[in-house]
Design a protein around this ligand. Structure first.
Ligand code: GLY
Length: 276
C-alpha cells in the first residue's frame, strides 16, 4: 500500500508501477482509495438484531513505536474516556453510521446478534468508516472491560434471547488504559521462550489487571510465546491517573527484548511520553 500525500506523488507512483513496471505483475492492477486523515476511534456496539447498545469508545494505537511511527501491529495499547466521543459527534455516528448499518442488515435479511466493531476515522469532514468487524477489538476490549459496571453474562444472555435493554449497560466514569508489552522485534521476527519476571503479586500490589496473550507455562516459569505478550490495564478517575498506574506496573515486568509504547493515552491526556 502506498499512502500518497498529494496528487503529484500519486501520479508518480502510478507511472512507476503501471508504466515502468517497478513492481512487476503486482503493479498491473491498482486500487485507488481516498486517504482518510484524522484520529481513529473504535466504536463497538452490542446488538440483539433489533435493539443495540454502544460500548464506551476506545482508541487503539496500531503503530509499533511512540508518536504513531513504525510498522502496523495488532495494537500496542488502547484507552477509553467518554471525551473520545463528544455528544455531537456521538449523535452523528449513531444516526449516520450505526442505525443505517443495522437497518441495512435487517433489510438484507442478515440477522446479526453480538458485538459489531466499527472502526472510524474522525476526519475534518466527519466520521468515516474504516472497517466493520463481527467481534470485539484487541486491545480495545481490555480498556472497555475495565469500565464495565454491569453483569456482562446477563447482558449477553439477553442478546442471545433478543431482549437487549441498553439501559442495563452501566459504565464506570473516568478512564482506562491498556499497555501491551511485546516481544523484541515484534511485529517483525521475534524469539519466544523468554522468561517473564515480575508478574507474581503485581495485580494485588498495583491495582492493574494483567491479561496474558503470548505466554505459556514452562515448569514453574511463565515464558513468552507470541508477539504481543501481556496487556497491562488500569482504570482511574482520570486518564492521567490510569496511565500513571499502568506504566508504573509495566516497569515491574521484565523479559528479554521486551518493548512497549510509552505514549498510550498521551494524546488524550496531553501527556508527554512517559520515560522508562
Ligand atoms: N485493535 C484492532 C482490532 O481489534 O481490529
Amino acid at each position: 500500500m502506498f499512502l500518497a500525500p498529494n496528487a503529484e506523488e500519486a501520479t508518480d507512483f502510478i507511472e512507476r508501477v503501471m508504466e515502468k513496471n517497478e513492481l512487476g505483475p503486482g503493479g498491473k492492477r491498482i486500487l485507488v482509495e481516498e486517504t482518510l486523515e484524522g484520529q481513529e476511534l473504535s466504536f463497538i456496539i452490542l446488538t440483539d438484531g433489533k435493539s443495540y447498545a454502544p460500548l464506551v469508545p476506545t482508541r487503539d494505537h496500531k503503530r509499533a513505536f511512540d508518536g504513531n511511527t513504525g510498522p502496523n501491529t495488532g495494537g500496542m495499547g488502547a484507552y477509553s474516556t467518554d471525551d473520545l466521543l463528544p455528544e455531537e459527534l456521538r449523535k452523528i455516528v449513531i444516526s449516520k453510521i450505526v442505525e443505517p448499518t443495522l437497518r441495512g442488515l435487517a433489510a438484507d435479511g442478515v440477522p446479526y446478534q453480538g458485538f459489531l466493531y466499527i472502526g472510524l476515522m474522525l476526519t475534518k469532514s466527519g466520521p468515516q468508516v474504516l472497517e466493520f468487524n463481527c467481534r470485539l477489538g484487541d486491545p480495545e476490549t481490555q480498556a472497555i472491560a475495565a469500565r464495565i459496571d454491569f453483569d456482562l453474562a446477563e447482558v449477553l444472555k439477553d442478546v442471545a434471547d433478543g431482549k437487549l435493554d441498553a439501559s442495563e449497560l452501566r459504565w464506570k466514569s473516568g478512564a482506562s488504559v491498556c499497555v501491551v508489552l511485546a516481544s523484541g522485534g515484534y511485529p517483525g521476527k521475534f524469539e519466544s521462550g523468554k522468561r517473564i519476571d515480575g508478574l507474581t503479586g503485581l495485580e494485588q500490589n498495583s491495582g492493574v489487571k494483567i491479561l496474558h496473550a503470548g505466554t505459556k507455562r514452562e515448569g514453574n516459569a511463565v515464558v513468552t510465546s507470541g508477539g504481543r505478550v501481556v496487556g497491562v490495564t488500569a482504570s482511574g478517575s482520570s486518564l492521567n491517573g490510569a496511565v500513571s498506574t499502568a506504566y508504573k506496573a509495566c516497569t515491574k515486568i521484565r523479559f528479554d527484548g521486551m518493548h512497549y509504547r510509552k505514549d498510550i493515552g498521551a494524546h488524550g491526556a496531553r501527556l508527554k511520553a512517559v520515560g522508562d
